[in-house]
Design a protein. Structure first.
Length: 440
């Protein structure tokens, strides 16, 4: 769909872009944006336009990411890298409090660390959606997180519309992109010599009033719309979301979970790169004398065995149960908790999985198996069903030789006791441990 120009669109020449960075710095913002680092396009401090990865792009596929030189000098001619904005709003390590022992008495002190005032530059549409998802978790839930709330409320968001897509992107399936439609202060679409700029908030309007802008010409608006349409046309990956929650939750004992588990390393990469994952643990670190401690929140993952440790044992004690927890939470039970999917279609977990596990393919596998089961259950379908079983791997990658088993199940779709893990506790999604908060 080619979107139309809006009356509010203005034009910022690339030659004037440094004015924006200087203005933000002058207002006390720490500008964070895309830059080259560690063989990838990562997020870091931006002081000058020279810090942007001009002329570079990213080549992505399942289990594959490479930096590649472009044949032009585009400033934002790439998609998303291994990092996301969550590392600034929900840092990998946050000090919660300190305690000091004085004269035999422990004194607790809440951590008082300065909260940076960030300006995020280059936020993509799927990332705006991811910020919204994390807002629901950390700001709009029954227990708002004060660390997140403060960082988020003072952050300025300058979005950049994608003008190209990677083979791993599927934001169109999740209705999150590639066009930035809300959740930004300013949004830019890159052209060869400048940017078409849209205003998304009163704060963005104030900022725009201090920039050397000109009204965007009709041609510039058309070029920007064409560039955005190009990104949309390049998206080839698809995730069918209709009935997805029911599909996954009605197949908790499907043998395909074992097949994924045989490939999955339980390395947790997919959760670390995901812009919406928010599992964490709390650690206490003491000094050598045992007189001071710091309590810190650190990123954790449902793929880490210890994450489900309760009372001397693991609730999710095998990779099958951990992968299943991750996928069903992302795509099914997240809806129950937060009223939205936990996936925004950014494709990071596909690129950064070392063995190239692709959630869109896994879901397609479950769907294909469900369709086959329906087909096989038709009256008189027995003979045909026998002939199609054993035909090897289907287009989804799911083995067609394994019959789809619609297991009988207990209350709320949980597995029956034949699958009960150690400790006699169900490892089904939604069976929360006492240590759990919202993200398991
Ligand atoms: S799905 Fe891939 S990235 Fe995620 S834990 Fe398994 S091997 Fe690691
Ligand atoms: S589950 Fe994968 S594709 Fe979806 S938001 Fe997370 S990293 Fe992106």
């Amino acid at each position: 769909m080619v979107d139309q120009a809006t009356a509010d669109e203005q034009y910022l020449a690339k030659a004037d872009f440094q004015v924006l960075l200087d203005l933000l710095a002058g207002e006390g913002y720490e500008v964070i944006g895309p830059t080259l680092g560690e063989g990838a396009i990562v997020y870091g401090p931006l002081r000058s336009v020279a810090d942007l990865p001009r002329g570079w792009t990213d080549e992505q596929e399942a289990g594959h990411y490479r930096l590649v030189r472009r044949n032009d000098e585009a400033w934002f001619g790439f998609v998303v890298g291994p990092q996301s904005w969550k590392q600034y709003l929900f840092p990998p390590r946050t000090r919660l409090l300190t305690a000091k022992c004085e004269h035999g008495t422990w004194k607790m002190q809440p951590a008082e660390e300065p909260v940076p005032k960030y300006a995020f530059l280059g936020v993509r549409a799927c990332e705006l959606a991811a910020l919204d998802v994390q807002d629901r978790v950390f700001m709009h839930s029954a227990f708002p997180d004060p660390h997140y709330v403060q960082r988020r409320q003072q952050a300025l968001v300058i979005a950049v519309n994608c003008t190209q897509a990677a083979p791993t992107c599927f934001c169109t399936s999740m209705a999150t992109g590639p066009r930035c439609r809300q959740g930004f202060d300013l949004a830019l679409t890159e052209l060869a010599e400048g940017f078409v700029l849209e205003i998304g908030s009163p704060r963005g309007r104030e900022l725009a009033a201090r920039l050397p802008l000109a009204p965007a010409s009709e041609q510039q608006c058309r070029d920007a719309a064409d560039a955005r349409a190009q990104a949309e046309q390049q998206i080839t990956r698809h995730l069918a979301t209709a009935g997805l929650r029911e599909l996954l939750l009605s197949n908790l004992n499907h043998p395909h979970w074992d097949e994924v588990a045989a490939r999955c390393l339980s390395c947790a990469n997919c959760t670390m790169v995901c812009p919406t994952c928010f599992c964490s643990s709390v650690e206490e670190v003491s000094d050598l004398l045992g007189e001071q401690i710091a309590r810190e929140r650190v990123w954790d993952s449902c793929f880490n065995p210890q994450f489900s440790y309760v009372h001397g044992g693991l609730v999710r004690h095998n990779i099958r149960s951990r992968y299943r927890q991750w996928l069903t939470h992302k795509l099914a039970t997240w809806h129950d908790q937060f009223g939205t999917s936990g996936c925004v279609g950014c494709g990071r977990c596909i690129s950064w999985c070392p063995v190239g596990i692709d959630l869109t393919q896994e879901v397609a596998g479950f769907r294909a198996a469900a369709d086959r089961a329906l087909f096989d259950r038709r009256p008189g379908a027995g003979e045909h069903a026998a002939s199609v079983s054993g035909q090897g791997r289907g287009p989804s990658g799911l083995s067609a030789s394994r019959p789809f088993l619609q297991q009988p199940r207990g209350e709320a779709g949980r597995p029956l006791p034949d699958e009960a893990p150690e400790l006699g506790q169900s490892d089904a999604p939604g069976s929360e441990s006492p240590r759990s908060t919202e993200g398991r």
